[in-house]
Design a protein around this ligand. Sequence first.
Ligand code: ADP
Length: 171
Amino acid sequence: MKKIRIEQGDITKLDVDCIVNAANRSLLGGGGVDGAIHRAAGPELLAECRTLHGCETGQAKITRGYRLKARYVIHTVGPVFSGAAQDAAALASCYRNSLDLARAHDIHSIAFPAISTGVYGYPLEEAVPIALQTVSSWLDEHPDYALTVVMSCFNQRACDLYTEFLEDRPS
Ligand code: ADP
């Protein structure tokens, strides 16, 4: 578990190889963390996103980071919370596909926001264990790949939940 770190604050300020954006299917910007990332990265990010022609729920696409410290941004589209069983699978896919894409681009540090837990309405207490479980399984499946994963939380409650579930997990 030591490869997973929790950091409170603005994901756009983190000094990592890559930050993950909780985007919408158009990839053309939005509110929340998406808006913050586009503001910090500058207009070149939107220009590159336009060339990607959107992204399906649960999938991920990569761009450069432009004015961010992070060299790359991985854009993934979380599920809009509906209460159906497939929500969890779609959310887990976001983390898994982002990590696969990171590895394909030789990224060794990556920060995730709490995907879907803002406007998309996924309850934090349900999303946090899915995020941690998916990331930790992926790390276990790739023992030879050096990757530090930062779980970025924007508020104290998210931090508390990540801390609680991370401590609960056997290492
Ligand atoms: P979604 O549409 O996937 O729900 P949101 O951007 O609305 O995406 O919210 C996702 C999570 O990102 C929420 O937990 C929100 O508090 C958090 N968040 C918003 N802005 C930032 C930021 N600048 N850095 C890190 N996390 C952020």
